[in-house]
Write a protein that binds this ligand. Structure first.
Ligand SMILES: CC(C)(COP(=O)(O)OP(=O)(O)OC[C@H]1O[C@@H](n2cnc3c(N)ncnc32)[C@H](O)[C@@H]1OP(=O)(O)O)[C@@H](O)C(=O)NCCC(=O)NCCS
Length: 160
């Protein structure tokens, strides 16, 4: 295990591999971004899983964003991406995703998949800008209180 986390510069953020000590901060960030939050224990379990690759963005000492993927042989699925509400729209997710895709490629991943709510405009722009293309649709995938369930778009990006 690396003793010192290596950081890349990403605008006003530092980008680096997530560590077990990030679990509590990730749970807070996730709860701020999604209707169903993941607990600190769930993040801790994911962070020690050898098939999980996760990266974080820090602004000063504050966790500003993360992206997490599960790898299986040469394929990966992006499980979640989020940026703290007050820090959105400044390119943090775009830079984080670029670093993350580079780490997946270095780990031997050739294809990356994810699902995104058809109505999630920022998410769709983020993935389109990172070179993801639609390869499928899952109707009725995301439950929505007070309305019909939303369509999930299945996106794919091949890593050269
Ligand atoms: C999706 C999310 C991670 C984007 O983070 P971010 O740091 O604000 O994204 P960036 O600033 O890097 O912008 C990425 C793209 O989204 C666009 N975007 C950002 N905010 C937007 C908004 N409110 N509406 C429309 N597009 C938006 C940007 O213009 C950019 O597209 P471009 O490169 O074509 O200009 C963030 O909005 C978030 O955490 N949302 C809640 C969780 C979520 O929906 N995650 C994704 C699904 S798993």
């Amino acid at each position: 295990m690396e003793l010192v986390r290596r950081w890349w510069k990403g605008g006003d953020a530092r980008l680096g591999a997530a560590e077990l000590a990030d679990a509590a901060g990730l749970a807070v960030l996730h709860a701020d971004s999604f209707r169903r939050g993941w607990s600190e224990e769930e993040f801790a379990r994911l962070l020690i899983d050898r098939n999980i690759i996760a990266d974080v963005a820090m602004v000063g000492e504050a966790l500003a964003g993360f992206v997490m993927s599960r790898c299986a042989v040469e394929e990966a699925e992006i499980l979640s991406v989020a940026v703290a509400p007050g820090r959105r729209g400044r390119g943090i997710a775009g830079r984080l995703l670029a670093v993350h895709l580079g780490r997946l490629a270095a780990a031997g991943i050739e294809r990356v998949f994810l699902e995104v709510d058809q109505d999630n405009a920022p998410g769709r722009r983020l993935y389109a800008a990172a070179g993801f293309r639609e390869v499928g649709r899952r109707p009725g995938y995301y439950a929505r209180p007070g309305g019909p369930p939303a369509v999930a778009l299945v996106l794919r990006r091949d890593l050269a």
